[in-house]
Design a protein around this ligand. Structure first.
Ligand SMILES: [Zn+2]
Length: 479
């Protein structure tokens, strides 16, 4: 057992059980013993192995990222930032998924870089939704992150043979086989000696799965005490296809299947019936999500790049939705997503007094923890896990130092994050990740991306090159 004592800390974002939320605490001590917080308050007098001077520090709980695809999305840096397909109501998701495939052996480099970036931005718990690849368990275990691995499966895959329609290649047998493989992998992860690896049952997209497998997978999750996650109401295209198939909205379809409720996390449930881009005749979706306490993974960045926003964060929170924040794509920078979540809520609500810094900070910590049905992460309180982020108040972007969370989210972002502890172990020290080799892995990304680009022409129905589908920011001229 090691006892670490942060002494006389300038600011602690502590959990106030009387309001069931965070509150500032000044000039107090925080102590953690092994992997658990054992003391928060004035003048700790007990033993300790390590004492840290709390001057110019602010301690906050680690962030809970409830939706990301770290192994693959990093390979789209330079490809996806300006990629919107007008015939698909601006989302570029379907075209990219159809024309770009990442080699299985390249994915662990992607995860190594992205996990490191997430920890540098204060993420201590991560939901990683991916199709399993060689080396995944190894990189998860080495990272030191508190992991929720969601090994994906689908009974159909997307394809296109023209510019405007999304079509489905059915392979139900494969979907069921991959579902079984996912359950076995989750069992292995839960038995891992680190105790930090957990699993989530994940049919990846609502439109790529049969009703039978959606229900069976949710049942399997419930029997095993596991969470369940899928993408639903994530685009106008998907909304329209689900209506065409079932006559009701994606959310109403999930409700009818009986899969909503506690323990279900939906990415991203943004394009719901009353959204201004949808304007369906019902106004039921948000109420169904809220009344059932379903969790929604709100990931503002990839959507705002397509010109789409959640309408809006506070409406979801007020309806009873367990709203958490995810990074989803790029950059793997949690605090930028918090900032965008706040700003986009204000734009969507046409109201500068919503999407407060406190609201998004809550969503990024305790909100995410609630989505994962936990009360021992996403907060600094006695008995909670020692998942702690140390902010450097001496950083110029944190000055003049009046309100650390406002400065962190709206000015400094990850630049103020000095140290990170997960389960009592230090994983970031002086802005460097201790557990992963970020620089080496980042150096391997271009090779993998070039392999992905070289296959585009053959995979694209129109035979276009990667330069035609996703042009560079500027034309290249002869030197
Ligand atoms: Zn996603």
């Amino acid at each position: 057992m090691t006892t670490t004592h942060f002494k006389n800390v300038d600011w602690i974002v502590a959990w106030d059980s009387s309001t069931d939320s965070h509150a500032y605490l000044n000039g107090a001590d925080l102590v953690f013993k092994d992997n658990e917080i054992s003391f928060i308050g004035p003048s700790y007098n007990g033993d300790s192995d390590v004492v840290v001077d709390g001057k110019d520090l602010c301690l906050i709980p680690g962030f809970v990222d409830i939706h990301a695809h770290p192994a693959s999305e990093v390979y789209f840096r330079g490809l996806r930032e300006d990629h919107s397909v007008p015939e698909h109501y601006m989302t570029g998701l379907y075209e990219r998924s159809c024309v770009y495939a990442i080699d299985q052996d390249d994915k662990h480099h992607g995860a190594e870089v992205s996990y490191a970036d997430l920890m540098l931005s204060g993420v201590t718990t991560l939901v990683d939704i991916t199709f399993p690849y060689p080396g995944w368990t190894d990189v998860m275990a080495r990272s030191g992150l508190r992991m929720y691995a969601a090994p994906g499966f689908n009974t159909a895959t997307w394809y296109r043979d023209n510019h405007h329609q999304l079509k489905y290649d059915e392979n139900e047998a494969k979907g069921w086989r991959d579902f079984e493989t996912a359950l076995s992998l989750i069992d292995e992860l839960r038995a891992h000696p680190s105790g930090l690896l957990n699993g989530i049952v994940s049919p990846v997209q609502i439109d790529n799965n049969t009703s039978d497998i959606l229900v069976a997978s949710r049942d399997a999750a419930r029997e095993r005490g596991l969470l369940w996650t899928t993408h639903a109401s994530q685009s106008v295209v998907e909304f329209n296809i689900m209506v065409e198939r079932h006559g009701i909205t994606p959310i109403q379809y999930l409700d009818k299947l009986g899969v909503l409720g506690e323990g279900a996390i939906l990415g991203h449930s943004m394009l719901i019936d009353d959204h201004s881009w949808i304007r369906w005749h019902t106004k039921l979706d948000l109420k169904l999500l809220g009344d059932s306490h379903t969790a929604v993974a709100h990931c503002p960045t990839p959507f705002m790049r397509y010109g789409t926003i959640l309408e809006n964060l506070n409406r979801y929170q007020d309806a009873g939705v367990r709203l958490g924040i995810g990074t989803d794509t790029l950059p793997h920078n949690y605090i930028e997503d918090l900032r965008y979540a706040a700003i986009m809520a204000r734009i969507a609500g046409r109201d500068g007094n919503i999407g407060s810094t406190a609201d998004v900070f809550y969503a990024g910590t305790a909100g995410g923890a609630k989505a994962l049905m936990r009360d021992d992460i996403g907060r600094l309180s006695v008995g909670a896990k020692a998942d702690i982020v140390v902010l450097d108040l001496d950083h110029p972007l944190m000055k003049p130092g009046r309100d650390p969370l406002a400065a962190l989210i709206h000015s400094a972002a990850e630049r103020a994050i000095k140290d990170v502890y997960i389960d009592g172990k230090q994983v970031v020290k002086n802005h460097e990740v201790l557990t992963l080799n970020r620089i080496e892995a980042a150096g391997r990304l271009r090779e993998g991306q070039a392999r992905m680009e070289s296959g585009a022409r053959q995979r694209d129905f129109a035979g276009r090159s990667h330069e035609e589908i996703t042009p560079l920011t500027l034309p290249t001229v002869e030197s």
